[in-house]
Design a protein around this ligand. Structure first.
Ligand code: FES
Ligand SMILES: [Fe+2]
Length: 335
């Protein structure tokens, strides 16, 4: 990619080389259709239980494999029954052929990496710039995940992550779920390293449902482009997590996969209860965020924006994303 390409194009290129969720693990009792940056995918479990991500279009006459049938080591197209191996996507059977050695040798669907983590299946469209997300603070917590119903939102990954971790909107957007919260934002304690940004902020029990589990430290952690999380460390109960993973259906339209997790020894509210409360918060954001203009971070300064110290965390997320774009260019240029 040339240095003269727009930042918007660089952002899209970076996302083609970044991991995103494309399905919830609980939905894989049958094939699931997904779209990532315009690429149509099918996600399924083959007969051996292996999770598979492949292109969804059958190369015979364009049948949709997500409404096909899963066989022990392949997926079959619903139209004329052609089968494609779950291991590498090669066409392994054409039912109309008397002689299977005459299968068109190049007939295959593309197979993408598939990683099962945080209750979801993750994939990446091109050679990834970095490893699959594995936040350090979760590695020893023995987390049990519950994946929420995904939320459709007609905006980009960047503004979705920024909303998830913005703090100045609480008293305006989350009056119901959080109760009254202070308008003035304290000097934020933000640290950034490469594509990671952290912020620690105490949660004081308020009158809303969201804060009803008592005092704790909230450890915010975003990783560019697509992971935003809070790890709640309650003195009384232990560790729980809420995390959002917006996945770009297109550059300006995300499917927000998200979930909650409790450490195995967490003694506060159940996963289902934590999910219910976090969902109240999420659904308050939707009508505001889906009307933002522009629909993605204006990387090329195409509109005017003013920032204040309360935006310190989201501004640092932008720096993470810019760093990701730089790394992407470097790896594309290297080859
Ligand atoms: S379109 Fe898929 S088998 Fe014919
Ligand atoms: Fe919010």
């Amino acid at each position: 990619m040339s240095l003269t390409s727009s930042k918007r194009d660089q952002a899209e290129e970076a996302m083609r080389r970044s991991w995103f969720p494309v399905a919830r693990l609980v939905d894989l009792d049958k094939p699931v259709a997904a779209t990532l940056l315009g690429v149509k995918l099918v996600v399924y479990r083959d007969g051996s239980g292996q999770v598979v991500v492949q292109s969804r279009r059958c190369p015979h006459r364009g049948g949709d494999l997500s409404i096909g049938e899963v066989h022990p080591a392949s997926i079959a197209c619903p139209y004329h029954g052609w089968e494609f191996a779950s291991s590498d996507g090669a066409c392994s059977r054409v039912p109309s052929l008397a002689d299977q050695s005459r299968i068109p040798p190049k007939a295959r669907i593309r197979t993408y990496p598939a990683v099962s983590r945080f209750g979801h299946v993750w994939t990446v469209l091109e050679e990834p710039v970095g490893p699959m997300y594995d936040p350090e603070e979760w590695q020893d917590a023995d987390l049990v995940w519950l994946a929420a119903d995904p939320i459709d939102s007609p905006v980009g990954v960047g503004v979705t992550i920024e909303n998830f971790r913005d703090v100045a909107h609480f008293p305006f957007v989350h009056k119901v779920s959080m109760g009254p919260t202070p308008e003035v934002v304290e000097a934020l304690d933000v640290k950034r390293d490469g594509v990671d940004v952290w912020m620690y902020r105490p949660l004081n029990a308020g009158t809303g449902e969201w804060a009803n589990d008592g005092d704790c430290m909230m450890k915010y952690h975003c990783i560019a482009p697509g992971l935003a999380s809070i790890t709640y460390e309650y003195q009384k109960y232990g560790v729980r997590v809420v995390a959002g993973f917006p996945s770009p259906v297109s550059y300006e339209h995300v499917k927000i996969f998200w979930g909650v997790a409790n450490a195995a020894d967490y003694s506060g509210a159940s996963l289902a209860e934590n999910l219910r409360v976090e969902e109240m918060v999420y659904l308050e954001d939707v009508p505001i965020v889906e009307n933002l203009d522009p629909r993605e971070i204006p990387w090329d300064a195409e509109v005017e924006e003013f920032s204040v110290p309360a935006d310190m965390f989201t501004l640092n997320y932008r720096r993470c994303f810019l760093e990701l774009m730089r790394r992407t260019r470097e790896s594309v240029d290297a080859g």
